[in-house]
Design a protein around this ligand. Structure first.
Ligand SMILES: [Zn+2]
Ligand SMILES: [Zn+2]
Length: 309
């Protein structure tokens, strides 16, 4: 097999483009697509101070590695990494991986813990949610607290953008979940850059891997020898996402290119849904002062529910 780009020995088959690639051409194409995505969606400007939300998984490791390369050419831009330790077993390993990659790439690394910031670990949070009637899935509690912590700390560090590792598969799974659950307001909040308009205290989040398929992100991380931890959080068990993931993978297998098409369709729907929605009243949370649509923000609601004041 010859690489369709350079003629060297090819080892990678890309179904949707019918390309056969050697390792070098694959890495090049992958990076080119990420750079193009950053440019086309105006994710970064030369003076941004960017924090990568580093989970220890493959996706954020790839984001960090690629942004580090880009920053070598942008002397006025800043780059750092923030990790959140939720205090479950797997976190020890993910933190190790995060520390290693930051050390090797020479990126400043900040770690914050659930225990110090909220006074409990995720394990303890899980126990508390078991006592609540109609409790939301644990991931939604954890996600809300994690995002707030990340935003607060990034703000204190003078960060202007937070980069996350969301890849193509994550995005279209979320899109399909929102569609199935009829949560179109959530669909309206999707996109390559989110959280720009609402409030000066909210740091915009960018997703440089949003058009990179998950299997290619994994391959990229492996070929580059990036440090990452493959195990997932023991509490992550979104049944609907799992079903959708296998359904979408099957569609892609039978009809290569469908994943990209789903993202395109999602991106065409977002502005239509946004324009049809009434702008909700923006208020300040009566406890912490963060922007919210109700009296209490979601974080303060959760703290109250769990009794963690
Ligand atoms: Zn090649
Ligand atoms: Zn609040």
């Amino acid at each position: 097999m010859e690489c369709t780009r350079c003629g060297r020995n090819a080892s990678i088959e890309i179904n949707y483009s019918k390309d056969l690639l050697c390792n070098r051409c694959f890495l090049e194409l992958f990076e080119k697509r990420v750079r193009k995505s950053i440019r086309a969606n105006r994710l970064l400007n030369p003076r941004d101070k960017t924090a990568v939300a580093l989970s220890g998984g493959k996706d954020s490791a790839v984001v960090l590695s690629i942004l580090k390369e880009l920053h070598k050419r942008a002397p006025r831009a800043g780059l750092l990494a923030i990790s959140i330790d939720q205090g479950v077993d797997v976190c020890g390993r993910t933190l190790d991986a995060s520390r290693k990659i930051c050390e090797r790439l020479g990126v400043e690394h900040h770690v914050f813990t659930f225990r110090e910031e909220f006074g409990l670990t995720l394990d303890e949070l899980v126990k508390k949610t078991r006592g609540i009637e109609n409790a939301a899935p644990v991931c939604s509690y954890c996600g809300v607290l994690r995002r707030r912590l990340l935003n607060d700390k990034a703000r204190k560090l003078g960060v202007s953008k937070i980069a996350t590792g969301h890849n193509l598969d994550d995005e279209i799974q979320t899109s399909m979940m929102n569609f199935i659950r009829g949560e179109l307001d959530r669909m309206a909040r999707m996109g390559p850059i989110v959280g720009v308009v609402r409030d000066a205290g909210f740091i915009p989040r960018i997703k440089p891997l949003r058009d990179s398929p998950e299997d290619e992100v994994l391959l990229y991380a492996r070929l580059k020898g990036l440090e990452f931890e493959p195990s997932k959080c023991p509490y992550s068990q979104d049944a609907l996402r799992k079903t959708i993931r296998s359904a979408i993978d099957l569609i892609e297998e039978k009809h290569p290119g469908s994943k990209f098409q789903m993202l395109k369709s999602t991106d065409r729907l977002i502005p239509i849904i946004r324009s049809s929605m009434e702008a909700g009243e923006i208020r300040k949370c009566s406890i912490c002062g963060e922007v919210t649509s109700g009296r209490l923000c979601r974080v303060c609601q959760i703290k109250k529910e769990l009794g963690i004041y």
